[in-house]
Design a binder for this molecule. Structure first.
Ligand code: SF4
Length: 125
């Protein structure tokens, strides 16, 4: 069920994006084959999550809503995460990593290797 909702939200966002980032709410419901109750709930979830903005408008004298994909969600560009800052962390090559956890002899809170690495990192900034 949760997956279906997520898929429906993704489909809705894609349809709006493919339409230039703007779409009438009623057109979205039609394309997704949703009734007004389901469609309203879907749009409410998207608005609540900050993925779309809803703006009242008149079409042929009838009140409806325009949906706008929020700027940060217009393109589904991948998030680039750099791992450079943690490549040299001693835990990556530590032979004690399987035994290391809070309360054990080897633990991150008292580890001199980790402490030394953090200090070097801070001093290089
Ligand atoms: S915190 Fe220290 S002991 Fe634990 S895995 Fe990292 S380097 Fe090894």
């Amino acid at each position: 069920m949760v997956k279906q909702l997520a898929n429906m939200e993704n489909d809705a966002l894609k349809l709006i994006r493919d339409n230039g980032g703007i779409m009438l709410q009623s057109d979205l419901w039609k394309k997704l084959k949703l009734d007004s109750r389901e469609g309203s709930r879907l749009v409410a979830r998207l608005v609540k999550r900050g993925l779309v903005k809803r703006e009242e408008t008149l079409v042929n004298g009838r009140k409806t809503y325009k949906l706008y994909v929020m700027e940060s969600n217009k393109e589904s560009s991948p998030i680039v995460v750099s791992l450079n800052s943690i490549l040299n962390i001693p835990c990556v090559t530590c032979i004690y990593i399987d035994q290391c956890s809070p309360g054990n002899f080897y633990e991150p809170g008292t580890c001199l290797w980790l402490d030394s690495w953090v200090k070097k990192l801070v001093n290089h900034k």
